[in-house]
Design a protein around this ligand. Structure first.
Ligand code: C5P
Length: 224
């Protein structure tokens, strides 16, 4: 089977990450969660370079930022590491979610993370999800998918996800966070979230998880 790059972009909470992960598994590809990288960078700046709310010393902050992924031997799940520490749970908290889109507007931070993502995907055989994968990171990706879902569905899924981790978050708070991130992500000057003309749009509002994964796997198999 040939190796291609599959770029999955879309709004917050559409299930891009879990779908991308399952697509990668079905095809024997590597999954790369670019959102986790922005989240880890956000945690780093929140902890060291944010006072009171604007990131300072961006250059220095980037020099001391090391993000990596490792497979947990027990769960077999991919986990995010920041400077050697496992931050997989911490980067999914509301503290990080509330700040990440702002941090992701900073040009220098995007530049650094995009080049790391391009390095990670150089050998192809990757599925990467995010906001600018098909437009900036891999404009030549063989398959581009743009995922959407209505806000109610997205918020309900996100609430369930957080609940499974023991975080009971109010539905309105989740909806506000998702809409606010969509607004910032779509309107920022640096590589805004946009559907590329060559991307296939998949609205997952009324699809089961298995159906959305299968649609993408089928599209990939037409190319491979
Ligand atoms: O994918 P996830 O929702 O975890 O991403 C968190 C945030 O990181 C997004 O809301 C967006 O602001 C930013 N992001 C981005 N570009 C990407 C991936 C994520 O700007 N490629």
């Amino acid at each position: 089977m040939g190796k291609i790059v599959i770029a999955i972009d879309g709004y917050s909470g559409c299930g891009k990450s879990s779908t991308a992960k399952a697509v990668a598994k079905a095809l024997g590809f590597t999954y790369i969660d670019s959102g986790a990288m922005y989240r880890a960078a956000t945690l780093h700046f929140l902890n060291h370079y944010l006072s009171p709310s604007v990131p300072h010393d961006v250059e220095k902050g980037l020099k001391t930022l090391e993000i990596s992924f490792q497979i947990n031997p027990d769960s077999q799940k991919q986990e995010t590491y920041l400077n050697g520490l496992n931050v997989e749970d911490e980067i999914r908290t509301m503290r990080v979610s509330e700040k990440v889109s702002e941090i992701a507007t900073v040009k220098e931070i995007r530049k650094e993370l995009v080049s790391q993502q391009q390095r990670l995907g150089k050998k192809k055989g990757v599925v990467m999800d995010g906001r600018d994968i098909g437009s900036v990171v891999f404009p030549d990706a063989e398959l581009k998918v743009f995922m959407t879902a209505d806000l109610e569905t997205r918020a309900a899924r996100r609430q369930q996800e957080l609940l499974e981790k023991g975080d009971m978050i109010d539905m309105e708070e989740i909806k506000t966070n998702l809409s606010e991130r969509d607004r910032i992500d779509s309107s920022r000057a640096e590589s805004p979230l946009t559907k590329m003309p060559d991307a296939v749009e998949i609205d997952t509002s009324n699809l089961t998880f298995e159906e959305q994964v299968q649609q993408i796997v089928d599209l990939a198999k037409e190319i491979i």
